[in-house]
Ligand binder design. Structure first.
Ligand code: ADP
Ligand code: MG
Length: 284
């Protein structure tokens, strides 16, 4: 399978934080959810891909090419939706787009105008008057109108209502109708991904916890529940994380576990993230 994005041993050190030895790959034609709690290193990783920041070590290939040597060519083929305001606040949508579109060789003005209509954006409106949802839609309209094969979005659903989130996911599925397209989508709201993601990469405290296809993830992990007396020391050692209450316990294992009276269930992505990051590790 051809990788549209291939990250190897990426490292970036800040004062109190290290993005450490990050490696993962996204095959062409798929959607990858990039999940992790706030502050885990998602934005930093995406900025490194976009060469908005220099890495201390490691390599990044996009479309099989080094992301720095071929930065100009690569950026023609990427649509990036930022998590922070990057437009001139005092300009209208029309004027802002007029500054951005000449940069793209494959800019499609009529497709762009279709997206504005579909997203109910008024080209005469000033950027500073756009709500968070409207900004995301505007960024998406720009990203989708220059023939991008790889869409990278940093928390596009954060702070947005469920109606917009549902709408966005439908747009993404629509984008994926063109089978050569791929999407890397960071979020800390994992329920967004249950419907759309093919692959999940999970980062915590600057380290990759897992990166694999979603179906194998659901097959591999088990949610284990039981009464107060069922949590033996041996069982605790098998659990990645566990929460205990007066009524019993709930924990996550990365392999099948056996025991009298235990209830085994399929975890959600949220369960997997929660027990890796928050649940008491091994009950410690
Ligand atoms: P996420 O997007 O997953 O919430 P970030 O990548 O934004 O996480 O941040 C990861 C960590 O790196 C945080 O602790 C943040 O404070 C730190 N960080 C991010 N950018 C910088 C920077 N330019 N200088 C110093 N620290 C930074
Ligand atoms: Mg972020």
């Amino acid at each position: 399978m051809e990788n549209i994005l291939d990250i190897k041993n990426l490292r970036k050190e800040f004062g109190g934080f290290t993005l450490d030895n990050i490696s993962f790959a996204l095959p062409r034609g798929y959607i990858m959810g990039f999940i992790g709690p706030n502050g885990s290193g998602k934005t930093t990783t995406l900025k490194l891909i976009m060469n908005l920041m220099r890495a201390d070590a490691g390599t990044i290939e996009v479309f099989g090419q080094d992301h720095i040597r071929f930065e100009r060519e690569i950026k023609q083929r990427i649509g990036f939706v930022y998590d922070e305001p990057v437009y001139y606040e005092n300009l209208s949508i029309r004027r802002m787009t007029g500054l951005i579109s000449p940069f793209y060789a494959k800019w499609d003005q009529s497709l762009y105008e279709d997206y504005l209509r579909r997203f109910e954006l008024n080209a005469d409106q000033k950027i500073k008057t756009l709500s968070k949802g409207m900004r995301t839609k505007y960024a998406l309209a720009l990203a989708l109108s220059h023939g991008a094969e790889l869409l990278i979005m940093d928390e596009p659903t954060a702070g947005l209502d469920p109606v917009f989130r549902r709408e966005l996911l439908d747009i993404l599925l629509d984008v994926m109708q063109r089978e050569e397209n791929s999407i890397l989508f960071s979020t800390h709201i994992t329920s967004d991904l249950d419907r759309v993601a093919d692959y999940i990469t999970f980062i915590d405290r600057g380290k990759i916890v897992l990166s694999q296809d979603k179906d194998s993830l659901y097959e591999q992990y088990v949610l284990v529940k039981g009464g107060p007396g069922d949590l033996t020391d041996a069982l605790r050692r098998e659990l990645i994380g566990v929460t205990v209450s007066a009524h019993g316990f709930e924990g996550l294992a990365s392999h099948p576990v056996q025991g009298e009276g235990l209830l085994l269930d399929k975890p959600s992505l949220e369960d997997i993230m929660f027990f890796h990051t928050r649940g008491d590790r091994h009950g410690a």
